[in-house]
Design a protein around this ligand. Structure first.
Ligand code: ZN
Length: 171
């Protein structure tokens, strides 16, 4: 598969709700592999299919990755993720490959259960906390057409959106 291009705000595709994965075939595996490559290339820990122009309920994540010297890569693909049983609330700084040059504190569940399917369609249930729990909530939001900046207070959100639109025009 060709290198994937990461869409950035205000690309309207990022606002679309993604569709269930129903075909667990080779092209799905190729997409997940290309997404993992794009994630590592851009030093991200998670990437959702809508961010690369595919309207599928799929994301990849590797929260142990922090750049070149991270050691063995272990990307995991999550299909049709459903968050259950969120517990605790905490504020954490987040960034996003689709929101360049900006980070902000967002409130998220501290612990959750994730039900998802792997690339072969097998069902899994995962208990997550810490960075993985945050990453899962951030990426699952992408499948609903939601970005982390949507959680900002309205005035701040508007400011950030205007700055990002200006960045996009200049690109
Ligand atoms: Zn993101």
């Amino acid at each position: 598969m060709e290198k994937l291009k990461i869409l950035t705000y205000p690309d309207p595709f990022l606002k679309q709700k993604a569709q269930q994965v129903t075909k667990f075939d080779d092209s799905l595996k190729e997409l997940a592999q290309a997404m993992a490559a794009a994630m590592y290339d851009n030093t991200g820990i998670g990437l959702a299919a809508p961010q690369v122009g595919h309207g599928l309920r799929l994301f990849v994540a590797d929260v142990d990755f922090h750049g070149e010297d991270s050691g063995p890569k272990n990307p995991i693909a999550y299909c049709n993720p459903v968050i259950k049983n969120g517990q605790g609330r905490g504020m954490n700084e987040e960034g996003c490959l689709s929101v360049p040059e900006y980070r902000a504190e967002v409130e998220r569940f501290e612990r959750l259960t994730l039900e998802y399917q792997d690339l072969d369609g097998n069902q899994h249930s995962l208990e997550a906390e810490g960075l993985l729990a945050i990453c899962i909530q951030h990426e699952t939001d992408h499948l609903e057409g939601k970005l982390f900046i949507d959680y900002l207070p309205p005035l701040k959100r508007k400011m950030v959106q205007n700055r990002l639109k200006k960045l996009a025009r200049e690109a």
